[in-house]
Ligand binder design. Sequence first.
Ligand code: ATP
Length: 298
Amino acid sequence: MPIIEVNGLRKTYGAREVLHGIDLTVDEGEIVGILGPNGAGKTTAVECIGGLRTPDAGAIRVGGIDPASNDPRLRQILGMQLQQCRLPAKITTAEAIDLFAAFYPDPRPTDELLERFGLTSQRDQRFEKLSGGQQQRLSVALALVGRPEVAILDELTTGLDPAARRDIWTYLEHLAAEGTTILLVTHSMEEAQHLCDRIYIIDAGRVVSQGTPDELAAAAGGQSISFLPSSPVPLDDLLSLPGVTDVRQDRDRIVVEGDAAAAQNVLAALTTRGVTAGQLRVTGPTLDDAYLRVTEED
Ligand SMILES: Nc1ncnc2c1ncn2[C@@H]1O[C@H](COP(=O)(O)OP(=O)(O)OP(=O)(O)O)[C@@H](O)[C@H]1O
């Protein structure tokens, strides 16, 4: 069941249309990622979904509510973390969480959030004195304080150290397993691969690709095979094999690029010649490959 539904979303700033008709759905309990180059329109899209911007055309429903309608129920089901968290400089970490908690009937306890987000020793520290990563963690905590059914997170782990990033991923996976729906904007392929059930890639205001991380990677095609041959092999012989698109020598290794059938054909050809492939590595296409392919096409 979709809890977020977006159809034909268009948004114009001045005379410039930056979203040209975005369609997107997120099912209950899903973690869905939006990827795309700088300026693609990701933040604009999630701000429209969160009711912070009014679309020029299209229909959006979050839990059946039109975010542009100012329906107060939206704030009860939606938690939103923004790219830049603006809080009064002098407010302390715990005060900020308490302040946001006051808007909700059953907020998460402040101490629990402080601990979850590694902010317990900063509980009485003023916002202006927090490090960038601590401010970032606080902004995610504030999005989640009201136990939202839907959390929208914009670049949630940008600037965080690897351990803090992992902790947040683990927490989000736990929330999703409990039924929280999460829509996140990220520039991190690792984050998208690790966390997301599905991904939308947006480029220049349009959805250019969508699917599970594995589907997107597989659609990028390509495989790389590299090995140490037990005796010399003419590179042209390998290049003439079906499915092989490129062959090169990298020091003692031979590196072959090709489609999904290339590895089988290369290994069969080596066996026929009595050559063994030492330290064989076969790497499939990655989400990076998929992303670069769809965002570099014009
Ligand atoms: N308030 C605004 N007024 C005018 N133009 C804007 C405004 N906000 C964003 N834009 C423009 O709209 C386009 C989309 O911006 P948006 O912030 O949605 O992109 P993004 O994909 O989130 O980018 P990034 O990855 O850099 O955060 C950009 O060209 C940006 O300059």
